[in-house]
Design a protein around this ligand. Structure first.
Ligand SMILES: C=CC1=C(C)c2cc3[nH]c(cc4nc(cc5[nH]c(cc1n2)c(C)c5CCC(=O)O)C(CCC(=O)O)=C4C)c(C)c3C=C
Ligand SMILES: [Fe+2]
Ligand SMILES: [Fe+2]
Length: 354
């Protein structure tokens, strides 16, 4: 018969990655500097990149501060992520009662950042580690950048594996579908178009780096649209930065088209899992004004999945599935094509070559 000592569980650390955001007006510039100094964001050699990052962060500081002022001066991303951590720990403890589970937040460009979090995880001495990006779709600019820095930094104990993406995972699709259903109910009778809006990336990352982000975003939108039986829907990209060609159509272009077509809009943030500047300011203030200018009624912005039970259960299932393996893999269906930058396919390629 087993004694309490025999059934002592594993210590499981889940590391949740996101971008991070400034916690007050004085951290806007250093946050922007960290972002633009990342080679995954600006692919210039070291010293040039740092000089460019200094210039852009100085130039953007005032306008970015004005936008963060709408949210009390700083980003709500960290409190929103803390709520997700609590919900995920709870969901995992219910499913794995014999184990001790602790989730850690690791932000890329503002605190808590990688070096400090790696030290915290090391001090906690986990047996198992699951790396879980809070980016459903993989991009070289987000997930790859966070995982690379983590892998270069963490030297502590524990068997580690990573979830690279979950663009069509059941919980993610169901959470989106549930929130859109509510949005459509609020819209009522007038003809409306469901517009999925994703954070953009420069088009060259897809063509030259083999970044699978656009494919994963498109496949996720299709899965949600099919689940809801949508007949009028589209995908567009927001948050353009700089002079390069970004993925399109842009969200302002898609809104203009909706105005011309005489339909209302239910706008869905399809690449974010919690509220922050890109939803609360760009979608709720800037694009709402634009929608009004184009005569779009209604303009309804669907909330992000945040701590909805379907999303959190989905994450918990992804973590549990990952515990049975090593390496890097998607949760649910990942990419369809063989993208050069996709880590799960890199491993498949290595296995096939061996
Ligand atoms: C899907 C997620 C994201 C991708 C892809 C992404 C790429 C990307 N972002 C920039 C530049 C900026 N992003 C900024 C804010 C921001 N970006 C994401 C997510 C993705 N970025 C989030 C969650 C946030 C919010 C941070 C917060 O305040 O809580 C900003 C700062 C805001 C602003 O000044 O507009 C910049 C700048 C680039 C250049 C890029 C791909 C190359
Ligand atoms: Fe961004
Ligand atoms: Fe993939």
């Amino acid at each position: 018969m087993s004694t309490p000592q025999d059934i002592q569980g594993r210590r499981i650390a889940v590391v949740l990655f996101n971008l991070g955001g400034p916690d007050g007006p004085e951290s806007v510039k250093p946050f922007l500097f960290n972002l633009f100094n990342d080679p995954a964001i600006i692919g210039l050699p070291g010293l040039f990149r740092t000089a460019v990052a200094r210039l852009i962060s100085s130039r953007r500081e005032k306008s970015a501060q004005a936008n963060y002022d709408y949210m009390g001066g700083g980003s709500p991303l960290l409190p929103g992520t803390r709520a997700q951590v609590e919900a995920l720990e709870q969901a995992l403890s219910e499913r794995l009662p014999a184990d001790e589970i602790k989730a850690f937040i690791c932000m890329r460009y503002w605190h808590p950042m990688t070096e400090a979090v790696a030290a915290e995880v090391e001090a906690w001495a986990p047996d198992e580690i699951v790396l879980l990006p809070l980016y459903p779709q993989f991009s070289t600019t987000t997930t790859a950048s966070s995982l690379k820095l983590w892998q270069e930094t963490y030297r502590g104990p524990g068997a580690s594996r990573a979830i690279c993406c979950y663009p069509r995972a059941e919980g993610w699709v169901e959470a989106q579908a549930g929130l859109i259903r509510e949005g459509l109910k609020t819209a009522g009778d007038p003809p409306v178009r469901v517009l999925f809006s994703a954070h953009g990336i420069p088009e060259s990352l897809v063509t030259t780096k083999g970044d699978p982000y656009a494919e994963q975003v498109e496949a996720g939108c299709r899965a949600v649209a099919e689940r809801l039986g949508l007949t009028d829907w589209g995908l567009c990209y927001q948050s353009r930065v700089g002079p390069m060609k970004w993925l399109g159509p842009s969200t302002p272009e898609a809104l203009e088209q909706a105005g011309r077509d005489g339909v209302g809009v239910v706008l869905v943030p399809i690449a974010f899992v919690s509220e922050h500047i890109e939803t609360l300011v760009e979608l709720d203030i800037e694009y709402r004004e634009l929608a009004e200018e184009h005569g779009i009624h209604p303009y309804i912005r669907v909330p992000t999945v945040s701590v909805t039970p379907a999303f959190i259960s989905g994450l918990a299932e992804g973590v549990i599935a990952a515990l049975d393996r090593s390496g890097t893999a998607p949760f649910g269906p990942g990419c369809q094509a063989d993208w050069k930058a996709c880590p799960c396919q890199a491993e498949q390629r290595q296995r096939a070559a061996a």
